[in-house]
Design a protein around this ligand. Structure first.
Ligand code: HPA
Length: 273
């Protein structure tokens, strides 16, 4: 039988990654950096860095200030992988392109993923500067990376989402960190929410809203990777605060960087066996 194209693409990207890193497999933990968490890779020692644009089929972020490399290195004596940027649906990428890096890295042995993002708050009690541990999501992007024959070639597509954000990992994090949990509504963007959309999301049970993460979580769960995810609240969602500006999002994120990096370190230190 003819090999599905998706496997060919994944295999050729994996081969390039192996060559560039000089490794046959990757460390078991991947961290994906969203705005706010940028620069975390600088905490790693003994690093190997691969520019994602060197890998033909790997989509490369187009939004300014969003980096694009895979860094492998040691943190607290343990090796991890960090993706310094991601691509978004709102840039015009397909769901399959958005999740391609996670799928490639899964073929090379990663087992758990910590996704991070910037988000708006739809809950008046959750203020900018807060970090929310995602306990569940609402996929409002209207898209899904498991649609179509390519996704079927990778495995079961009727993926159970009951424990998408790993409950045991979350419980361990909550025991150690003073952090709140919330539901993340993933939207397409790139315009921010209208006041009515914000109210709708709130009534439907969301606490924060953002333009990433949900599709990646779905891809990771199809591949049976363990997922945890953090939202850094950069602003109140439309209708709950002032005028929304991407610069404000980037600025608040950069002020909080040290605290956010420490939080990632603590979370990765949580025993996840
Ligand atoms: N809405 C959607 N995505 C976001 C927001 C927001 O208010 N802030 C940061 N990312």
């Amino acid at each position: 039988m003819k090999q599905p194209q998706i496997w060919k693409d994944l295999e050729s990207a994996a081969e390039i990654l192996k060559k560039q890193t000089g490794r046959e497999t990757l460390p078991d933990t991947l961290v994906v950096l969203g705005s706010g968490f940028k620069g975390f890779e600088k905490n790693l020692s003994k690093t190997i860095e691969v520019d994602l644009s060197a890998i033909g089929s790997m989509p490369v972020p187009k939004v300014e200030g969003h980096g694009a490399s895979l860094v492998i290195g040691e943190l607290g004596g343990k090796e991890i992988c960090v993706l310094t940027g991601r691509v978004h649906l709102y840039e015009g990428y397909t769901p399959a392109e958005v999740v391609f890096p996670i799928r490639v890295m899964s073929t090379l042995g990663i087992q758990r993923v910590l996704l991070t993002n910037a988000a708006g708050s739809v809950d008046p009690t959750i203020k900018p500067g807060t970090v929310v541990l995602i306990k569940d999501h609402i996929n409002f992007t209207g898209q899904n990376c498991l649609v179509g024959a390519d996704a079927r070639a990778l495995g079961q597509v009727f993926v159970d989402m009951g424990n998408a954000y790993d409950k045991i990992w979350r419980q361990k994090i909550l025991k150690r960190e003073p952090i709140i949990e919330g539901v993340y509504a993933g939207v397409l963007g790139p315009s921010y929410e209208s006041p009515s959309e914000t109210e709708m999301l709130s009534r439907l049970g969301a606490h924060v809203v953002g333009m990433s993460t949900v599709i990646e979580t779905i891809a990771a769960r199809q591949l049976n990777l363990k997922v945890a995810a953090l939202s850094f609240v950069t602003n109140m969602a439309g209708g709950l605060g002032g005028v929304l500006d991407h610069e404000d999002v980037v600025e608040l994120a950069s002020e909080s960087r040290g605290r956010l990096h420490q939080l990632i370190k603590n979370i990765l230190g949580v025993d996840n066996d």
